[in-house]
Design a protein around this ligand. Structure first.
Ligand code: G3H
Length: 192
């Protein structure tokens, strides 16, 4: 039976600086995760052939760099676009755009960053990815928190409006096995 592996990119420099968006590289700890990932995957998947899908952003490609499988980049897997808030910390956003900050808290699914995207926008741009996933064999997707929340919610039948609050742990491989009666999920944590 086929399965879908999901992973966030390893910890990035921006993650350390608590900044959202951007296109930063991995932190030293994030790089350790990238180095561990091939063995983490192999321990579970054995010798089955996988295809790796990443976003077009550096941190996902650095996370995928040691994986011995065919790789494909999708723009549709890029992180939720924070528009004018790209590169800011949540503290800075709260100070500079207090109304936006509150509006987002009140309706995180619908809130669209100025010049950017909402979770709903991400769900819509993920439709072709989901369609392709349904047709494919074993895929490993390395992408971003907001995007993974939407993909996870789709397969786990979580209402999409709740997707902005789904917890996607860092440095953990998530294995999804879609079945007729529901999707089985297994978390495989890297000890780094
Ligand atoms: O940088 C963006 C985050 O991955 C999304 O987090 O939607 O909880 O602000 P958030």
């Amino acid at each position: 039976p086929r399965c879908i592996y999901l992973s966030r990119h390893g910890e990035s420099i921006y993650n350390l600086e608590k900044k959202i968006g951007g296109d930063s590289s991995l932190s030293p700890r994030g790089l350790k995760y990238a180095e561990k990932l091939p063995e983490l995957v192999k321990q579970d998947a054995g010798d089955v052939d996988l295809t790796v899908w990443t976003s077009t952003l550096i941190r996902t490609q650095e996370t995928a760099q040691y994986l011995p499988y065919k790789q494909l980049q999708w723009k549709a897997l890029d992180e939720l676009d924070a528009g004018v808030c790209d590169g800011m910390t949540y503290e800075e956003i709260e100070k500079e755009f207090p109304e936006d900050f509150r509006a987002r808290d009140e309706n995180k699914y619908e809130y669209r960053y100025r010049g950017g995207e909402s979770y709903r926008d991400v769900v819509i741009r993920l439709e072709p990815i989901i369609m392709e996933l349904e047709r494919q064999e074993n895929i490993l997707i390395i992408t971003h928190q907001a995007v993974l929340r939407c993909i996870y919610a789709y397969f786990m039948n979580v209402p999409q409006e709740e997707s902005p609050w789904v917890a996607i742990p860092l440095h953990t491989l998530i294995k999804l096995e879609p079945r007729a009666y529901g999707t089985k999920v297994t978390l495989i944590k890297a000890d780094i």
